[in-house]
Write a protein that binds this ligand. Structure first.
Ligand SMILES: C[S@@+](CC[C@H](N)C(=O)[O-])C[C@H]1O[C@@H](n2cnc3c(N)ncnc32)[C@H](O)[C@@H]1O
Length: 392
C-alpha cells in the first residue's frame, strides 16, 4: 500500500495532482481508520496509464471514459491524427535545431521557411548577425549559415567573369524604353549589376541616371567602362540596398529594374519604390514568370524552392494594378535575352568544374542552367512597363 506522498513520488506527480485525479473520479483511495488515504499497486498502474493517455492528448473526461471501457473509437482516431501531426512538428523542430547547429544540411529548411514566411525568414537571419546584404544572399543563394562565406566566394568566382547577371538583351531594354510615354529627366536603375542596361539608358536618353547595387565591384566595373564616354557625367553609381533607398519623394521619372525586383519580392518592390516615382512617372521591371499552367514535375519542384513567388503573367498584372500602377504594356523577353545569360553561364560552369569539384555554389548554378536550358518553354523572363497611378 502507498500513502499519497509515496504514490505521488513513484509517478513523478504532485500530491495535488493525485487529489485532482481523485476529484475527477479517475482514482479512488481507500481510507485507513485514521482517515489517511492509501493506494494499491493497481492504483499505481492506473495512474501510469492515465499519464500515458493524457500525454496522448486525451482530456481528463476522455481518460475516464477510456478507463471505464467506454471507448469512443472515433475520438481515439481523431486524437491519433492530432498526435501524428504534433510528432511531425516536433520532428521538424528537431531537424531545424540540428540544421542550425550545422549537424545536417540547412538548404531544405531555408527554402521551406523562405516559401512560407519570407519576411520572417529574412528578419530571423538578420537577428542571427548577418548584414542585410548577406542575409539576402543567404536567403536566395547559399541557404546555409555555416557554409555561407565559402559558397559566396565560389559564387562570385563564377559570376565575376560574366557580363550579364540576369537574362536580358539590348533589344529588349530598348524596346521597353520605347514604351516610356515621356522623356525622363531622372532614371534610377536598381540592382544594375555590371550595368549593360544602365549604359543603354544613359546613351539613349538625356536623363541623369543613378545606378545602384549593393555589390561595389560591379559598380566600379560600370564606372570604368563608361568613363571615357561623353555621357559619363550623367551617370552616378551608389552602393546601397534596394530596400533602403533614400531619394526624395516623387523625384524619379523612371525606375528600372532588370532581374532584381524578386530579391526583395516583386510586391514589396512595387510598394516600397512607388513613393520615389514622380507623378505619372514609370517603372520597368523584368521577372521570371510561368508560361504554362501545368509545368512539368521537375520544373515545378525546382522553382517552388528556388523562386517560390514565381507567378504567371496574369497574377503579376493583377498585383501590379492592386499596387496602384497602370500597365502600359508587357512582353516576354526574347530567346536572345535568355541565351545572353545562360550560354556564358553554362560555359563558365563547364570550365570551372574540374577546379571546383566540391563546390555547392557550382552544383546549384549547374542545376539552374540544366533546368533553364531543358525546360525554357515552361517559364521565362518577362518585362513589365508601368506608369504610376496613385501616390500611396
Ligand atoms: C540578378 S542580378 C541582375 C543584374 C543586372 N540588372 C543584370 O540584368 O545583369 C541582381 C543584382 O542585384 C544586386 N543586388 C542584390 N541584392 C541587392 C540589394 N539588396 N540592393 C541592391 N542591389 C542588390 C546584385 O548584386 C545583382 O547585381
Amino acid at each position: 500500500m502507498y500513502k499519497i506522498s509515496e504514490l505521488a513520488k513513484c509517478v513523478g506527480l504532485s500530491r495535488t495532482a493525485i487529489l485532482y485525479y481523485e476529484k475527477q473520479q479517475l482514482l479512488t483511495a481507500k481510507r485507513l481508520s485514521n482517515g489517511y488515504r492509501v493506494y494499491s499497486d493497481k492504483d499505481l498502474q492506473r495512474v501510469r496509464l492515465i499519464q500515458k493517455l493524457l500525454a496522448g492528448g486525451l482530456t481528463i473526461k476522455e481518460c475516464k471514459a477510456c478507463l471505464d471501457a467506454k471507448i469512443n473509437r472515433q475520438l481515439l482516431r481523431d486524437r491519433l491524427t492530432t498526435l501524428k501531426s504534433e510528432i511531425q512538428q516536433k520532428q521538424q523542430a528537431h531537424d531545424l535545431l540540428l540544421a542550425i547547429l550545422g549537424d545536417t544540411p540547412q538548404q531544405g529548411w531555408h527554402e521551406e521557411l523562405n516559401a512560407i514566411a519570407p519576411d520572417a525568414h529574412l528578419s530571423w537571419l538578420i537577428n542571427q548577425g548577418f548584414s542585410e546584404k548577406e542575409a539576402l544572399r543567404l536567403k536566395w543563394l547559399s541557404k546555409d549559415m555555416n557554409e555561407h562565406d565559402i559558397y559566396m566566394a565560389d559564387f562570385m568566382t563564377v559570376f565575376s567573369g560574366l557580363s550579364r547577371w540576369a537574362p536580358g538583351s539590348d533589344e529588349d531594354t530598348l524596346k521597353a524604353l520605347s514604351f516610356i510615354p515621356s522623356e525622363p529627366s531622372t532614371i534610377l536603375d536598381i540592382g544594375c549589376g555590371k550595368g549593360y542596361a544602365t549604359e543603354l539608358l544613359v546613351k539613349n536618353t538625356q536623363a541623369h541616371v543613378v545606378a545602384i547595387d549593393n555589390e561595389q565591384p560591379v559598380l566600379t566595373t560600370l564606372s570604368q567602362r563608361v568613363k571615357q564616354q561623353d555621357f559619363a557625367h550623367r551617370l552616378q553609381t551608389q552602393c546601397i540596398s534596394m530596400t533602403e533607398l533614400k531619394f526624395d519623394t516623387e523625384s524619379i521619372d523612371l525606375i528600372w529594374s532588370e532581374g532584381s525586383a524578386y530579391i526583395m519580392g516583386v510586391e514589396n518592390a512595387l510598394k516600397q519604390w512607388k513613393p520615389f516615382i514622380a507623378q505619372h512617372g514609370a517603372l520597368v521591371f523584368s521577372d521570371l514568370v510561368w508560361k504554362v499552367d501545368t509545368p512539368s514535375r521537375d520544373t515545378f519542384k525546382y522553382w517552388s524552392k528556388a523562386y517560390p513567388d514565381m507567378q504567371n503573367v496574369e497574377t503579376r498584372l493583377a498585383q501590379i494594378r492592386t499596387a496602384g500602377y497602370k500597365v502600359t504594356t508587357h512582353f516576354g523577353q526574347s530567346n536572345r535575352a535568355w541565351d545572353n545569360y545562360y550560354s556564358p553561364l553554362q560555359s563558365r560552369v563547364s570550365t570551372l568544374k574540374k577546379d571546383m569539384p566540391n563546390s555547392a555554389a557550382l552544383r546549384d548554378i549547374e542545376e539552374e542552367v540544366n533546368i533553364c536550358t531543358q525546360y525554357a518553354n515552361e517559364f521565362g523572363y518577362h518585362m513589365f512597363i508601368l506608369t504610376k497611378l496613385t501616390s500611396t
